[in-house]
Design a protein around this ligand. Structure first.
Ligand code: SF4
Ligand code: SF4
Length: 102
């Protein structure tokens, strides 16, 4: 996790985080049970990421100040693929009133 990300967390409180249920602990994967829901045979979703004001249940801290993901080593694929500095990153930061970069 970059220094910028440690002071941000906006993406974890902006987008739905979906992954295949096989990546969840209930099916032998690594994403811990209790932090996601299996919606159907092909979609699991991190809890909190589909709320009206999304915020992943695995996120701790204050957006834009200091944050951490409590399941960082076990986080699902979309989180691993999300790129700091990407258009989506900038969108998330703007949504939380943060500049495009620090
Ligand atoms: S929105 Fe961008 S800078 Fe902020 S935590 Fe996510 S990837 Fe890092
Ligand atoms: S699992 Fe971790 S990295 Fe992924 S959205 Fe939740 S808090 Fe962010």
């Amino acid at each position: 996790m970059s220094d910028l990300c440690r002071r941000c967390g906006a993406c974890c409180a902006s987008f739905r985080v979906d992954f295949h249920p096989s990546a969840g602990e209930a099916q032998g994967g690594c994403v811990p049970e209790g932090l996601y829901d299996e919606l159907n045979a092909s979609i699991a979703r991190m809890r909190g990421t589909d709320d009206a004001q999304p915020r992943c249940r695995a996120l701790r801290g204050t957006i834009g100040e200091a944050v951490r993901c409590v399941i960082y080593d076990e986080r699902p694929e979309p989180c691993r693929e999300f790129e700091a500095g990407s258009d989506a990153c900038k969108r998330a930061r703007r949504r939380h009133g943060l500049p495009d970069s620090a």
